[in-house]
Design a protein around this ligand. Structure first.
Ligand code: IVH
Length: 656
């Protein structure tokens, strides 16, 4: 199928033949066809990747061929000892080894029947795992249908993982939404795979690499190398970094090479896996109760440093979450000097029993985020006292409350200076109102001098007051006032994003602004109306209502409005340009040639119009690109005006 082929080219082979927009258009078209003819929807259709309905729990799956674990080695000597055991087991024969990256993710077993993915399960305890098929289907680099001469029934094994970049993306969003960051890609992968909401899973990009076949039925290739090649021919993603080595010296060299090169990979590896290549030799070597004798893992030495824990401070975020932070004597670790590390939450801190004065061991999770692993018992000072979990907010001394899941403590005082600072910093940040020159140090002063208590207070600051502050002259004060003034005309989506509503990041803010057009409409929407909007689920809808139902929040919005902040989406960008499309709704469908989908949407908005995703009697125009599908048909049926791209350009008056 065309869409599947492009999907594979894009995600598996990283060699698209078509642009993202064209791919989206193809996907769209398929969705439209399937909506019209539901009987044509097959389990391997690319549309099935978007994630189905939430699950109640996971079904248990029995592994017919157990998923064994493997023994670990940590140095060259242990690798040589493995090689000697293998050679002894083979009566002196010299084996060929395949050396592979040990991807730091979650093991998965994938069953394909008649070439179609029918079941995916986690390893569990090795004999029984969870059926996570729905979630695995959302992984775009995994083919839902195999190609070529694949056997009628095959079970493939591999590792589901998350790229570093994706973890960063998720953590950026979480930060924006006031959620604590995910510590490393493996935890993020495991958490995502175990999510009961496949739609949630589809929003996080997971990847997979396969490295083995479980011997079920039929004949197996003669060697592991051939197995990998067969997997590749079936269209499955395999690592391109596997190597064949004819002796243990080459194996050791390959392991050492990857230890230094691992940071160049887009994902985490925690070592290498060394496997005997020949299937016949593997049979002769067999397995112990725990693991096969023909395979061994070589674990990279984790970079660990020791340093002194000077203090444990408690930070209060914009939504009031209290986070303990380890303050340490600066220590060099994997390329940077580390002196602070988040301790995530008080449960974690209590489990690790860290005490001020301890010598602690530090490592980097995901090679980026510094983490305190443990304290060194032999070095604990006699007088080290357990950390006292705060009973009040360290900043405002107000009440703290334990979150339902127990891990987080929250300051309940919305007037807490730490929360105020956090909220103003957030409001002024790049993702929101983008007020240049309004950084944390300045915000600290503004809040401490009681010049600002909420974001709306920024709009009445004057140069005289600002010029009194430290490191502020007349000129920078004037610049800041101008920057604050300029932010008044930011699009509504930025204002919404700036309010710091839980779970509402940039993207959802845009969706809300695009749909409701005015702040008034957003605030008036019921949970049902909110959920009706594409991309908005029950959690987000409830969070918006909670926000709006709080008096202080409504007052803040009112204050912003009174002080001249834009509260309508239409004025976005060009408040005074021509607005020939005012009040008109446009649906764009098919493949465009002149501009991208995003660009045309932007242009419609700039000229006062509203881009929508589905055609109804209320649609004013449908802009139909090439291969427009059912939306075009519907437009014709409903007598909605249809424009070609060029006609649209003419109507827009060339006003790009
Ligand atoms: S082979 C019987 N190959 O590492 C052999 N495992 O510590 C099965 N892993 O549970 C495993 N990359 O989740 C193999 N190239 C690779 C691997 C790999 C990552 C994981 C796998 C396994 C764990 C063992």
């Amino acid at each position: 199928m065309e869409v599947e082929r492009h999907s594979r080219l894009y995600y598996v082979e990283a060699a698209s033949e078509i642009s993202d927009i064209e791919f989206d258009a193809l996907m769209h078209e398929l969705e439209e066809i399937e909506a019209q003819y539901p009987e044509l929807v097959t389990p391997d259709s690319p549309t099935q990747r978007v994630g189905g309905t939430p699950l109640q729990g996971f079904e248990t799956v029995e592994h017919e061929v157990p998923m064994l674990s493997i023994d670990n080695t940590y140095n060259d000597g242990e690798l040589r000892a493995f090689d000697e055991r293998v050679r002894r087991g083979l009566g002196g024969e010299e084996p060929v080894y395949v050396v592979e990256l040990k991807i730091d993710g979650v093991a998965i077993t994938l069953r394909y029947g008649s070439g179609v993915l029918v079941r995916a399960a986690t390893r569990g305890d090795g004999t029984r795992g969870d059926n996570v098929t729905e979630n695995v289907r959302t992984i775009r680099s995994l083919p839902l249908r195999l190609e070529g001469d694949c056997p009628p029934l095959i079970e493939v094994r591999g590792e589901v993982y998350m790229r570093r970049e994706e973890l960063h993306r998720i953590n950026r969003t979480r930060e924006e939404e006031g959620e604590p960051p995910l510590a490393n890609p493996r935890n993020a992968t495991a958490g995502t795979l175990k999510s009961l909401d496949p739609k949630q899973v589809a929003r996080r990009r997971l990847d997979v690499l396969v490295y083995d076949v479980a011997p079920l039925v039929g004949s197996m290739p003669m060697s592991h190398w051939e197995t990998l090649d067969a997997l590749r021919r079936y269209g499955l993603p395999i690592s391109l970094h596997s190597a064949r080595c004819s002796n243990i010296d080459d194996v050791i060299a390959a392991c050492a090479r990857w230890d230094t090169k691992r940071s160049e990979l887009p994902y985490e590896i925690d070592g290498m896996v060394v496997k005997v290549d020949s299937a016949e030799q593997r049979r002769r070597l067999g397995a112990t109760a725990k693991s096969p004798r023909w395979v061994i893992a070589y674990k990279f030495p984790a970079q660990v440093v020791r340093t002194k824990l000077r203090a444990i401070t408690v930070q209060v975020g914009k939504s009031g979450i209290l986070t303990p932070v380890a303050e340490m004597e600066p220590a060099p670790l994997a390329g940077t000097v580390v002196k602070r590390a988040s301790l995530y939450n008080f449960e974690d801190l209590a489990r690790k029993d860290l005490r001020v004065g301890d010598t602690v061991e530090l490592q980097k999770a995901g090679e980026i985020i510094p983490q305190v692993i443990r304290y060194v018992p032999e070095e604990r000072p006699q007088d080290a006292r357990p950390f006292q979990i705060p009973e009040a907010c360290p900043v405002c001394h107000g009440k703290v409350h334990k979150d339902i899941d127990g891990a987080f403590l929250r300051c309940l005082n919305i007037a807490c200076p730490a929360q105020i600072k956090g909220r103003i910093e957030f409001f002024a940040s790049r993702a929101a109102m983008d007020i240049e020159g309004l950084g944390p140090a300045l915000i600290d002063q503004l809040v401490e001098k009681a010049l600002v208590r909420d974001p709306a207070d920024l709009y009445v600051l004057d140069t005289t007051a600002l010029a009194q502050l430290e490191r502020m002259g007349e000129k920078s004060a004037a610049n800041l006032v101008a920057a604050i003034e300029a932010s008044k005309v930011r699009p509504l989506s930025r204002v919404i994003a700036g309010l710091g509503i839980r779970h509402i990041g940039e993207r959802i803010a845009e969706v809300l602004a695009g749909h409701f057009e005015t702040m008034e409409h957003v605030m008036a929407a019921s949970v049902e109306e909110l959920q009706f909007v594409e991309e908005i689920g029950p959690v987000v809808a409830a969070s918006i209502r909670d926000f709006v139902d709080t008096f202080e929040n409504r007052a803040l919005v009112e204050k912003l409005r009174e002080r001249g902040v834009n509260m309508r989406e239409e004025r976005s960008g060009a408040a005074d340009g021509p607005r020939p499309f005012a009040g008109k709704t446009f649906v764009v469908t098919g493949t465009l040639h002149n501009v991208s989908r995003d660009e045309i949407h932007e242009r419609i908005k700039r000229l006062g119009g509203r881009p929508a995703s589905s055609v109804s009697a209320k649609t004013d125009y449908v802009v139909a690109g090439e291969n427009a599908g059912s939306k075009l048909d519907k437009a014709r049926k409903l007598n909605v005006a249809v424009l070609t791209e060029d006609e649209f350009d003419a109507l827009a008056g060339g006003s790009a």
